[in-house]
Design a protein around this ligand. Sequence first.
Ligand code: UDP
Ligand code: MG
Length: 322
Amino acid sequence: MKGKCLAIVVPCYNEEEVFETTNEVLLGVLNDLIGKGKITEDSYILYVNDGSKDSTWQHIKNAYEKDVHVHGLSFAGNRGHQNALFAGLMEAKKTADMTISIDADLQDDVAVIEEMVDKYLEGCDIVYGVRSKRTTDTFFKRFTAESFYKVMNMMGAKSVYNHADFRLMSKRSLDELSLYGETHLFLRGIVPNLGFQTAIVTYERKERMAGESKYPLKKMIAFAFDGITSFSVKPLTMILFMGFCAIMVAFIAVIYSLVRHFGGHTVPGWTSLFVSIWFLGGVQLFAIGIVGQYVGKAFIEAKKRPRYYVEEVLDHSEDRTD
Ligand code: UDP
Ligand code: MG
C-alpha cells in the first residue's frame, strides 16, 4: 500500500455544536490526502470524548456508523484535555505511523495538515503547528496566552512559542512519549524534550466556530501552574537564592546599623531588631530552600522519566544472510 497511515486525534469536551462541521472538514482533508497517495486508505480520525455532558459521544457514535474513517474513544468522566489527548495518541500509535492532534473547534488551520505530512515524509518525527498571529483572539486572551509562554519558559518549563497542541508526531516519538510515566501531563513541555528531527509549520489561528472556550482563565492558570510545578524545581531554587540574598542584606545591615548605632542616631533596640529581622528571615528562607532542593530531587526521581531513548541502531549483523 502506498503512503503511511495517519491518525488525526481530536479531544472533545462538550463539542456538540461544532462536531458535525469538524467531522466533515476533517474527513475532507483525510480523503484528499488519501486521494493524493500521501497516506493510506486505512488512515482515520480518532475522536476522544472527554466525559462530555452533552450529546458529543452520540455524535461520535453516529459518525462512526457512517464512515469507516471515524474511530472513537470515550472516557467515563472528564479528565482534561491533556489526558484525553494522551489517551488518543497512545491508542492511535498501535496502528498509525503518524498522528496529528488538533482541537475539536478547528481554530487551528487544517490546511497545513498536508504540509505536516510532507515534512513527516521528508523524515521529520515531530512537526509543530505554530500560530503566526493572534489577531482574531481578544486582547485579553492574547495577552494571557502570550504571558503564559513567557512565564512558563522563565520558570524552566520550556515549550515552543505560540504552539499549542496542534502537532504531528511519528510512531517512534510516541513510543518514547509513552515512557513518560507522570500523572500530571504537560505535553507541550514533554514533547520538546523527546529530541528527534523536528520542523515547524505556521498558520493563522481562527476564531472558535461555535460554543465557548473550554479553557477559561481559571483552567489556564491551573494548567500553567501544573506545567511549572510538574516540570521544574526552579521555584524551589528561587527560594534558596532569595534566602541567600536576604543573608547578604543582613550583613550589610549589620555594618550599616553599627555605624548608625555608634553615631548615636538610633533609638535603643533598633539595631538588634533591624539586624535580626533580616538575618533570621534570610536563614529561614535559606533553610527552606535547602529542604526544597531535597524535595526537588525526590520529585524528579519519583517521576521515573526515561533517561534516554535509542533512536536508531546500526548493526551489521542484519546485513548478513547466514
Ligand atoms: N477539551 C477537553 N477536555 C477539557 C477541556 C477541553 O478535551 O476538559 C478539548 C476541547 O473539546 C477542545 C480542546 O480541548 O477540542 C481545546 O479546548 P478549547 O478550544 O475550548 O480551548 P481554547 O482554544 O479556548 O484554548
Ligand atoms: Mg479552541
